[in-house]
Ligand binder design. Sequence first.
Ligand code: SF4
Length: 292
Amino acid sequence: MHKAEARWWSAAPAGDVLCGLCPRQCLVPDGGSGFCSARRNISGKLFSISYGRPVAIHVDPIEKKPLKKFLPGTSTFSIGCYGCNLSCLFCQNHHLSRGVYGDDETTEFVMPERMVEMALRQKCASVAFTYNEPTTWAEYMVDIAKIAKRSGLATVMVSNGYVSQTAAKDIFPSIDAANIDMKGFSEDFYSRLATASLQPVLDAMILYHSLGKHLEITNLVIPGENDSPEMIDGFLDWTAQNLSKKIPIHFTAYHPDYKFHSSPPTAPETLRKIKTIAEKRGFSNVFLGNVF
Ligand code: SF4
């Protein structure tokens, strides 16, 4: 099985290892995997088993990430692997986020250099780490990003932002633009529907923005779950206070998927109302997604 020794971990008693990459801080027993399924303890060392094992490679318009204000009109060489450190019941991409690598060699090993060669050959302006949660394969992402930047390509990350501050400080400098998913502006929402917490996501956005990087935010709007005036206003208040009203925000439509079917698809009118509210409050880059 292809693998690379992980960063951001420490040894624990009895052969366990403590992963410090994300706020879960998984204690992984020998032979076991972390919550994300992308990091495995092999004989008392933590390995990234996603390293070099992309399961999705496509050339996409950068607007599809979505990034509206970064290199518009260009193509981005988009890479995804298996695994995620959240478990959103409404996941819109579960075939990758919940995918698990087997012990065989069914996925081709692709060195970082080769990824960048392919991106250049496809005349892309950037490389995007996307489709599943790229921080779970941050070692591979950072290695590709460093070579991409040396080769004149920009780097893009589409992330849930659920990453430890320690790891984020190592990862974020290699990434030129990010779209971070803010799934619902309450701890209750994150706890019930994503088995996670909101605060680390907010902290990641503040850190990324403080580095002077290009940040856009996506909020998937789920009727009856995260579209209350309190949650939308709370998110806008927080963004205005901690980031900027110029930050591009994408409010996108949900459709029932994976394990969550109790809300109807988001009505376009709901999204249009939220856009009007945000614009009246002075947000200058508000976009709607999945609205037809
Ligand atoms: S990155 Fe994966 S293994 Fe590490 S703490 Fe997060 S969920 Fe656990």
